[in-house]
Write a protein that binds this ligand. Structure first.
Ligand SMILES: Nc1nc2c(ncn2[C@@H]2O[C@H](COP(=O)(O)OP(=O)(O)OP(=O)(O)O)[C@@H](O)[C@H]2O)c(=O)[nH]1
Ligand SMILES: [Mg+2]
Length: 354
């Protein structure tokens, strides 16, 4: 399973710098628009204190975190939906990701060129959103054209879908994202997710600002949109990415915010973590929220899903508090769950299989 998060935004706002800070990969970073043309792809560990605690308790030889993939995409400009800038090529790259980090320039620096000349985060957010919406409108119009033919066959289902498409079209025209539309219109997901719309992808705004402090009105605006943000300084994150917490303390630097960003991105993907532990290894595994025990078993090994018998389960903090499996067992904290069990974030699981 690979879950991909795309880094999106206007040119020259710090996307590749953020990517490099996250992945510690060397990529092209330069003070001119469209420095990035080919996308950069990198894997990032999801920080998880539970792994360390369990590793310590079981003296595990290996500790294996779960990962997500980040993709640094070329900058987008006004008119991208019509092919301006690098236009359509990178829009296709956005379509492949499961969540978007939108880097928004809030920092002032007259040495760093801005494609729109001035620093105006709210305008920049709107430019990006508009481009995604316009591209989606194109997609929806084409789909409506096709649906008009289908409804002539008097198919009830086709008619219902057609109605949803019309409502969606008018919502997009009024500046409502497909993501919002799905939230507001229960049952519309089936029709809309099929269309793979750009604005149906959840967005986390990365406010790239001095001293991790974003302008109040920008924060307020994003909150009023019902969206999430992290305020940080991309350049500082990049510069301190290689330092340990102790080294940063010595340098008098503040704790960085990348771990928070990675965790939020992970949550946005609708993912949760379950754990396996023992003297060989302590490991984090990724499943989707709502997955049942056999699905979790299948992530460990495809065979385990079909041959699933039961899962032995305990929440990680109960296990740590008890001080070991035998102790937890003696206290009656360990449960046996069947194939209908919905796995919870932080479950430590042992799969019994045939
Ligand atoms: N002052 C300041 N400069 C920054 C900050 N973040 C990035 N920069 C600079 O801005 C320039 C562009 O950074 P990139 O990371 O290449 O920007 P990008 O968004 O990937 O740009 P494109 O690939 O052209 O779309 C570089 O010179 C960075 O050093 C910041 O937080 N403060
Ligand atoms: Mg770049």
């Amino acid at each position: 399973m690979s879950f991909s998060v795309g880094i999106v935004g206007l040119p020259n706002v710090g996307k590749s710098t953020l990517f490099a800070a996250l992945t510690r990969k060397q990529v092209d970073i330069a003070n001119y628009p469209f420095c990035t043309i080919e996308k950069n792809v990198g894997i990032v560990r999801v920080p998880d204190e539970r792994l360390e605690k369990l590793t310590e308790l079981f003296h595990s030889e290996k500790t294996i975190p779960t990962v997500i993939e980040f993709v640094d995409i070329a900058g987008l400009v006004r008119g991208a939906n019509k092919g301006e800038g690098l236009g359509n090529q990178f829009l296709a790259e956005i379509r492949e990701v499961k969540a978007i980090l939108q880097v928004v320039r809030c920092f002032e620096d007259s040495d760093i060129a801005h494609v729109e000349e001035t620093i105006d985060p709210l305008r920049d957010i709107e430019i990006i959103e508009t481009e995604l919406l316009l591209k989606d409108l194109d997609t929806v119009k084409k789909r409506i054209f096709k649906a008009e033919k289908e409804i002539r066959s008097e198919d009830k289902k086709a008619k219902a879908q057609y109605e949803i498409l019309l409502q969606l079209q008018s919502a997009l025209s009024n500046g409502t994202t497909a993501f919002k539309f799905m939230e507001q219109n229960e049952g519309s997901e089936k029709v809309i997710l099929d269309l793979q719309l750009l604005s149906s992808i959840p967005v986390l705004y990365i406010l790239n600002c001095e001293g991790d402090k974003a302008p109040k009105e920008v924060e307020e605006k994003i909150k009023s949109m019902g969206s999430l943000f992290v305020a940080l300084n991309v350049k500082d994150e990049f510069e301190y990415a290689g330092f340990t917490l102790e080294e940063m303390e010595e340098l008098g630097a503040k704790e960085r915010r990348l771990p928070l960003l990675i965790k939020k991105a992970y949550e946005m993907l609708n993912l949760i973590t379950f754990l396996t532990t023992g003297s060989d290894e302590t490991r984090a595994w990724t499943i989707e929220k709502g997955d049942l025990a056999p699905e979790a078993a299948g992530v460990i090994h495809t065979d385990f899903k079909d041959k699933f018998i039961k899962a032995v389960v305990i929440q990680w903090d109960e296990l740590v508090k008890a001080g070991g499996l035998a102790e937890a067992m003696a206290q009656g904290l360990i449960r046996t769950e069947g194939k209908d069990y919905v796995v919870k974030d932080g479950d430590v699981i042992e799969i019994k299989h045939g």
